[in-house]
Ligand binder design. Structure first.
Ligand code: ATP
Ligand code: MG
Length: 362
């Protein structure tokens, strides 16, 4: 018998429902490993980083936390943020620190319309809609350039500056990633989203790079949109969307819109990739820690389980990833839904149903 392929996972459950949904994702992964009959296995190390850790230690993660993650095959992440810790501290102290520290510059966010879910979108082809949002994940509006108290004029007169930083290298690699991905899809099309009529430096650079790179992909259809018009397009003509590439902030906003349209924030999966494979990539749902429903056992685990599917695909377990996607679709089709989708099932029951369906999809 061949040797078992071992994948080392760094697991960061984080805060709120992050802990609840990551536990479910790991149950699914363990099930798949078990039924692989020794073909592969997961070895998980847990990192208790997040807001509780911050309240005890004054930082969101260990001082050399990013270094500690470097040797893993992948990172599985819950969510961060909790009342009592300002969001910019929790986000910058952990999630952004990891994404930037490990150069996970491509954030992939598929928008999929699962069966059996109440439709918020009145569209004749709603069942067959799906597109992928590619978010630039290393610079742009989240570059951290700026500061407070620029006027030096004291209380009531403060001036704060928050700059965006766009590099030609950063724009080019994410735009190329989008074109390469488009080539793997049935309809080969990339839509670029900026606001270059109002943001005349960085976003104009992005537009120029987009036009230049597109010349290397004559087989791929392109279009370019302003972000405000694109928000309307998501609702009015989503059938026109295939691969959508946008800056850090714009894609962040558009992905919440996409996931809400497809049913709930709770079902959206994402991957933060270091496409060169020098560092591990990180897999997490799009939603946050949802303090309003934390601890109740009602969080939808599908976004986090779907992120596990993206992780399987990334680790080369493509058949398992496809089977998991099918098992998730079967589960929603059967009407096994959490409250955010109008159902009554608990977090644990959704996972149980997905695992049961997995045993039936071979
Ligand atoms: P962040 O700042 O981390 O993005 P947020 O303020 O956008 O967080 P979320 O935690 O994403 O907030 O939650 C937004 C809303 O969506 C809340 O009402 C929450 O209960 C709901 N929600 C988020 N995730 C889920 C989930 N997995 N299942 C059910 N409801 C969810
Ligand atoms: Mg949010």
């Amino acid at each position: 018998m061949n040797e078992t392929k071992k994948f080392r996972l760094a697991v960061i459950p984080g805060d709120g429902i992050g802990k609840e949904v990551v536990r479910e994702g790991l149950r699914v992964l363990d099930h798949l490993a078990e039924e692989s009959n020794g073909r592969f296995a997961f070895e998980s190390d847990f990192f208790p980083w997040g807001c509780e850790y911050y309240l005890e230690n004054g930082s969101m993660m260990d001082e050399n936390g990013v270094e500690k993650l470097k040797d893993y095959d992948a990172i599985y992440f819950g969510a961060v943020g909790f009342p009592g810790v300002p969001d910019h501290i929790s986000l910058w102290g952990l999630r952004i620190a990891i994404c930037q520290g490990l150069d996970q510059w491509a954030n992939i966010r598929p928008v999929e319309f699962l069966p059996g879910i109440p439709r918020r979108l009145n569209h004749p082809d709603v069942d067959s809609l799906n597109w992928v949002l590619i978010r630039e994940n290393s610079e742009g509006e989240y570059s951290g350039v700026g500061g407070r108290n620029f006027s030096g004029r004291g209380p009531g007169k403060e001036v704060a500056v928050q700059s965006s930083l766009f590099t030609e290298h950063g724009c080019e690699r994410i735009i190329r990633y989008a074109f390469d991905l488009a080539r793997t899809r049935k309809r080969k099309k990339v839509t670029s989203v900026t606001k270059s009529n109002a943001q005349q430096y960085g976003m104009v650079l992005w537009d120029e790079v987009f036009v230049r790179v597109s010349k290397d992909y004559p087989d791929v259809e392109t279009d370019q949109w302003l972000v405000d018009a694109m928000a309307a397009q998501f609702v009015l003509h989503p059938e026109e969307l295939e691969v959508v590439v946008a800056s850090n902030l714009f894609a962040d906003i558009l992905s919440d819109l996409g996931s809400a349209l497809s049913g709930s924030l709770g079902i959206a999966a994402s991957a933060n990739l270091n496409p060169e494979g020098r560092n591990p990539s990180m897999f997490e749902s799009v939603h946050g820690s949802a303090p309003d429903i934390a601890g109740k056992g009602i969080a939808n685990p599908i976004g986090t389980i779907g992120s596990a599917s993206l992780m399987l695909d990334h680790l080369g377990l493509t058949d398992e990833s496809k089977r998991l996607d099918t098992a998730i679709e079967d589960t929603t089709r059967q009407g096994v839904l959490t409250r955010d989708l109008g159902g009554t099932y608990s977090t644990v029951q959704i996972t149980d149903a997905i695992i049961k369906n997995l045993s039936e999809v071979k």
